[in-house]
Write a protein that binds this ligand. Structure first.
Ligand code: KIV
Ligand code: ZN
Length: 533
């Protein structure tokens, strides 16, 4: 049983250092439609390490065997940041968290319990005394395994400040080195949240031994503002996610907090260890992996974040960029991300681009991706970054479950009933062929895939968009399906949108199969929701 982790910036923040605790893979991933496969999580974790975050919250190991495995593989393979796992205050959760984290170079167990009156009464049905007792016991138990323990008082922003101070004092005494103050429901407003942090810094016993952390949700659009207010009041860790993904309206956005702290260092007087030029590539990777796209006008990483349309602005910019620009695109890694490759680009150029995009590939993956790149470059004049991301993710998707699309034949046109014939190959070598009709070619293809796999996947949402511009652009399809009460997502990329849609649908089915919770398909057809697409 290990009891000590190396002391890093993550568990001892100097006065001017703001610890960046990334929870994209835990709080971000648990948001509907943001789920990732193990390979995707590992890819994102490596990108976060390159970005220079201090802590990666890799998941909630006790939540499922899948969560456990992905936290464990990140703990084994990702070096640099501290790897953290979430746990409730019970023994099973804490033990599972430690088992998953054990291979990490530097690890943290993050235990939490809700402290607010609403949660105590309706969710936990526990008294203040019992919540306090469980919090202390959870932290003490976690400390038996790991020298670096964080405690979170869930719904802290709606907890009585006196009780919150009492709980936090007790958990510091029990060994927590980071105490986190979550605004779980995004209810706080900046001045009030800053007052709470100041109050805690005055009233929590032993506060000087711990890093004060904040974790803000964005229900009122104030997650970043509340986090910054807390930093001004003395918080030295911010919990955040790439692109602000997360439950409901999301979490504090990593790129916004990092750039705010950097741009306004004059006032905030803290700095982070983040390499800001990796912000844009990391944002793109998370968007591509989750299928949750970044709005064009999103601060820091939106495509229009540095676009100047108004003539008067353009004029000012030509005179001097500081007239209308408080950050430069290159500060967030935007300018170097616009290179275009073509069919004459060699393996070297391709490898450089892949690395620049944060797509950490081993030699075998690089070989596969390069072949796919050459095939795409034959069909498309220019291959953009988004195309490269798409083809790497497509190759990840091909390995996300037992089924692979071997062939597809679509018949559709005016006056004909659309039909699709698919051939799918299973990992055990069997090939299954099925033909089906539908209101449109996509619906027919989905139905044929359902028949061939025998998996009933009720279509919940279906989105299609261009990955890049131009008539030869690849299409990206994102499909959300429901199976046995659970929601699964799949993505597919191809220059042919029916094929992109079918790959997305098949990926969702592969994800269902990988959970081992497959229910046989009922007789009735249920993919009519694809409409006449
Ligand atoms: O929002 C929240 O309170 C959380 C905690 C588990 C930190 O995500
Ligand atoms: Zn949260």
């Amino acid at each position: 049983m290990a009891t000590d982790s190396p002391v890093t910036a993550a568990n001892r923040a100097p006065a001017d250092r703001l610890v960046i605790f990334d929870t994209t893979l835990r709080d971000g991933e648990q948001a509907p439609g943001c789920s990732m496969t193990d390979r995707e999580k590992l890819r994102v974790a490596r990108a976060l390490a390159d970005l220079g975050v201090d802590v990666i919250e890799a998941g909630f190991p006790a939540a499922s065997d899948g969560d456990f495995a992905s936290v464990q593989s990140i703990a084994r393979e990702v070096r640099g940041p501290t790897i953290c796992g979430l746990a409730r205050c019970g023994e099973h959760d804490i033990r599972r968290a430690w088992e998953a984290l054990e291979p990490a170079e530097s690890s943290r167990i993050h235990v939490f319990i809700a402290t607010s009156p609403i949660h105590r009464k309706f969710k936990l049905q526990l008294t203040q005394e019992e919540v306090l007792r469980r919090a202390v016991r959870g932290v003490a138990m976690a400390r038996d395994f790991c020298g670096n323990v964080e405690f979170s008082a869930e719904d802290a922003a709606r907890t009585e400040p006196e009780f919150l101070a009492e709980v936090l004092s007790a958990v510091i005494e029990a060994g927590a080195s980071t105490i986190n103050v979550p605004d779980t429901v995004g209810y706080a407003i900046p001045g009030e949240f800053a007052d709470l942090i100041r109050y805690l810094r005055e009233h929590v016993r032993g506060i000087e031994k711990a890093v004060v952390s904040v974790h803000c949700h964005d229900d009122l659009g104030m997650a970043v503002a509340n986090s910054l207010a807390a930093v001004e009041a003395g918080a030295r860790q911010v919990e955040c996610t790439v692109n602000g993904i997360g439950e409901r309206a999301g979490n504090c956005s990593l790129e916004e907090i990092v750039m705010a702290v950097r741009t306004r260092a004059d006032r905030l007087l803290v700095d982070t260890g983040v390499n800001s030029t990796r912000l844009y590539p990391t944002s793109r990777l998370v968007a591509a992996v989750t299928g949750v796209h970044v709005p064009r006008n999103k601060a820091v990483v939106g495509d229009n974040a540095f676009a100047h349309e108004a003539g008067i602005h353009q004029h000012g910019m030509l005179r001097h960029e500081s007239t209308y620009e408080i950050m430069r695109p290159r500060d967030v890694g935007m300018d170097s991300s616009r290179l275009v490759l073509g069919k004459h680009s060699g393996r070297h150029a391709f490898r450089d681009r892949v690395t620049e995009l944060g797509l950490d590939l081993d030699e075998a993956e690089l070989d596969r991706a390069f072949i796919a790149f050459k095939q795409l470059a034959d069909r498309k004049k220019e291959v953009f970054d988004a195309d490269i991301e798409a083809l790497v993710l497509r190759s990840d998707a091909d390995q996300s479950g037992p089924w692979r699309l071997a062939a597809m034949n679509i018949r559709s046109g005016k006056g004909t009933v659309p039909s699709a014939e698919v051939a799918l190959v299973h990992a055990d070598g069997e090939t299954r062929r099925e033909t089906a009709e539908g209101d449109g070619p996509v619906a027919a293809a989905f139905r044929a895939i359902e028949l061939a796999t025998g998996v009933d996947a009720r279509l919940r949402n279906f989105d299609i968009r261009n990955v890049t511009v131009g008539g030869d652009a690849q299409g990206e399809a994102v499909v959300t399906v429901e199976h046995d009460g659970r929601v699964y997502q799949g993505k597919g990329f191809d220059t042919d949108i029916v094929e992109a849609s079918s790959l997305a649908f098949l990926q969702a089915i592969n994800r269902i199969c990988s959970t081992g919770r497959v229910h046989p398909q009922p007789d009735t057809q249920n993919v009519a929701a694809a409409g006449s697409a």
